[in-house]
Design a protein around this ligand. Structure first.
Ligand code: HEC
Ligand code: HEC
Ligand code: HEC
Length: 378
């Protein structure tokens, strides 16, 4: 990720000493900026030469909650069988005997494999698609778009499901050279296209968006006319505040506000609202608990704001003091000053000094906390 801060354009450099001090300051600020790690699914590198069954099982566990997106549905919220809590080898053996079973598996391993690539062969009672009387599975085939697990990845997950309850792992270690298929560069950077954001947060596991996806949640291509930008934003970062009719609460991930950068959320809202100004959405978060203050202090120190601003009585003077900022700017102006600092330049100060890329580094939650905190400084 890009932590470089460009040399300030507008600052008048009067002496070498000042210039050097400034260079040091920027190095310092750059180092203070946190490395924001995307927690989104990241492809695993598989070095087949060094692969042991133990590490193959570990890969399966990572895929289960990562790229495979299994834990989005298979968790303790009741929308799909809680695989981590169930003994899946025993479950598989039972379902193989069930008269409703339509597939061609002969043992637990082949049953689990079939469940992943052809989920409709057996639909667990009460988990079928609504109105289908348990004949149609809502689970996507995991070897197809958008999840697209390779055979090696599917087998790793089966190995994990066998090993976690102490059963013998019956899948064999991969031998051929699949590295190109299984490995790809990490996605830790802030995604910058709608396709990349949707892929990074697996929206298509549950929603039709960009033309394809699942139907555990409402199709998102039609939200534009029905919702304001603010409602769309809430639908993403506080999904349980308003529940879409006919859909269950608690299924949509609850932590997207922490995971997404401000920029990523802006891209999504822009796309779903059908265009419009990026970041024109006012903050609505309220500090809801006693930890709000300590959390915002951590944000301020993480992002090095006090290198340039006096906040709560201490800090540098390169930017305006912020202890009265709530009396001078409204919430939307404060928000914009942080994520798009060069849009409006505070009187008497230079443009190009404040880091211009906070929107790619801060989560929406961090930005909201900052805005609410600064709004109260008057
Ligand atoms: C969009 C939600 C969703 C995702 C994502 C999903 N599943 Fe499922 N899965 C379900 C539902 C609902 C069922 C129960 C209905 C059925 O039997 O098809 C199910 C059934 C299963 C079963 C069969 C259980 C049984 O008792 O027969 C297995 C095994 C399974 N899933 C594994 C996985 C794995 C592994 C992944 C990730 C690679 C995954 N699923 C991803 C929703 C999902
Ligand atoms: C594990 C499944 C799941 C995933 C992953 C998921 N959602 Fe959702 N989402 C739902 C469900 C279920 C609802 C309906 C219930 C509710 O409103 O909370 C919903 C509701 C919404 C709504 C409100 C729509 C309406 O008609 O009220 C929006 C907007 C939305 N999701 C966007 C997204 C975006 C964008 C992503 C990816 C960043 C995403 N969702 C990921 C399951 C999911
Ligand atoms: C490298 C120095 C630097 C850092 C680090 C920095 N700022 Fe700034 N900031 C400035 C400068 C210079 C200005 C005035 C010029 C402008 O408006 O862009 C400014 C302007 C602002 C303003 C508008 C003030 C006004 O009176 O209009 C706010 C709000 C603000 N910064 C908040 C923050 C926050 C919050 C952080 C940390 C997340 C931060 N800044 C980090 C240098 C910095």
């Amino acid at each position: 990720m890009n932590n470089e801060i460009k040399a300030p354009r507008g600052v008048l450099v009067k002496s070498m000493g000042f210039s050097l001090a400034l260079a040091l300051l920027f190095t310092l600020v750059a180092n203070l900026l946190p490395q924001v790690e995307g927690e989104a699914p990241v492809d695993q590198k598989v070095d087949l030469g060094a692969l042991t069954m133990e590490s193959y099982v570990a890969l399966g566990e990572t895929l289960f909650s990562g790229k495979g997106t299994c834990s989005l549905c298979h968790n303790d919220l009741g929308r799909a069988p809680d695989i981590l809590a169930l003994n899946m080898v025993e479950v598989a053996n039972q379902h193989l005997q069930d008269e409703r079973y339509k597939g061609s598996a002969t043992d637990a391993e082949s049953y689990l494999h079939e469940s992943l690539v052809d989920p409709g062969m057996y639909v667990v009672k009460d988990y079928g698609k609504k109105g289908s009387n348990d004949t149609i599975s809502p689970m996507p085939a995991v070897d197809k778009s958008p999840i697209e697990l390779s055979e090696i990845e599917i087998n790793a997950i089966i190995a994990f499901m066998q090993a976690k309850d102490g059963h013998d792992v019956t899948v064999s270690l991969p031998t051929e050279e699949p590295v190109a298929e299984a490995a790809s560069p990490e996605v830790a950077e802030s995604a910058d296209t709608i396709e990349a954001v949707v892929a990074k947060y697996s929206c298509q596991a549950c929603h039709v968006i960009l033309g394809s996806g699942g139907d555990l949640g409402p199709a998102l291509e039609q939200v534009a006319g029905r919702f304001t930008r603010e409602e769309i934003r809430q639908g993403i970062i506080a999904p349980d505040a308003v529940i879409a009719e006919g859909f269950p609460p608690g299924v949509m991930p609850q932590d997207l506000a922490e995971q997404m950068t401000v920029k990523e959320l802006g891209i999504l809202v822009d796309y779903l609202a059908g265009g419009g100004e990026f970041s024109a959405v006012p903050p609505t978060a309220k500090p809801s608990d006693d930890n709000a203050d300590s959390r915002v202090e951590a944000v301020i120190s993480n992002f090095g704001c006090q290198a340039c601003h006096v906040i709560s009585g201490s800090g540098g003077k390169l930017g305006p003091g912020l202890d009265d900022i709530g009396a001078r700017l409204n919430a939307e102006q404060i928000r914009q000053s942080i994520i798009d600092p060069n849009a409006v330049i505070a009187k008497g100060f230079s443009s190009g000094v404040m880091p211009p890329n906070y929107s790619e580094q801060m989560s929406e939650e961090q930005l909201d906390a900052l805005v609410v905190f600064l709004l109260e400084r008057k």
